[in-house]
Design a protein. Structure first.
Length: 190
């Protein structure tokens, strides 16, 4: 198995990772932290996918994709924090005034779990942010202290995953995911 991570420019691969099974659905597409709540609520059904299609054509791309050979196996959303809802989130503090990038969603496709895809995605997101001039990257994973994380909420990652990638805890938050507290994990890229 050879895992490669590339910018998320292929819409069909992003769709395979974060698009809903029902194209009329008004969920996911990994938009809830990326765009204002009002716009997120206004985008209905196929409009959500078309919005993401446009994001895939932008520079920088809306995140990174992991591939196992030619098959898409994972997704990570990463963008400048200023371009996300984390810029205004009252529950997740800003550590300093650096123009941080946020890494907030890590998904591994069924059939590829347990193969290190999440770790490759975090490393790929770090390299992507660095290549695009980010001075620091941060994630907001759960600090589960070894407890099992509900799979539907596991997309935020765990503190230990980020620590394995060299991130350090920078702050506690008032945010929870699946009932588990989240922390700010940061990695200086300068």
């Amino acid at each position: 198995m050879t895992i490669t991570v590339r910018p998320a420019t292929v819409f069909d691969d992003v769709k395979a990772m974060v698009g809903p099974k029902n194209p009329e659905s008004n969920v996911c597409w990994c938009l809830s932290y990326r765009i204002p709540a009002k716009l997120n609520g206004e985008l209905r059904g196929p409009q959500r996918g078309e919005f993401v299609r446009a994001l895939c054509a932008e520079t920088p791309a809306p995140g990174v994709l992991a591939y196992d050979g030619d098959e898409v196996a994972g997704w990570a959303a990463v963008a400048p924090r200023a371009n996300t809802n984390f810029a205004r989130n009252r529950k997740i503090p800003h550590v300093d005034d650096l123009e941080a990038w946020s890494l907030w969603c890590i998904r591994t496709r069924p059939g590829h779990r347990g193969q290190g895809i999440s770790h490759a995605l975090i490393e790929g997101a770090v390299q992507f942010a660095k290549a695009n001039g980010a001075p620091v990257i941060e994630g907001y994973p759960v600090d589960n202290q070894g407890r099992k994380v509900d799979q539907t909420m596991a997309y935020v990652g765990t503190r230990s995953m980020f620590e394995k990638a060299g991130f350090e805890k920078a702050a506690d938050t008032d945010s929870v995911s699946g009932g588990i507290p989240r922390v700010v994990m940061r990695l200086d890229l300068r």
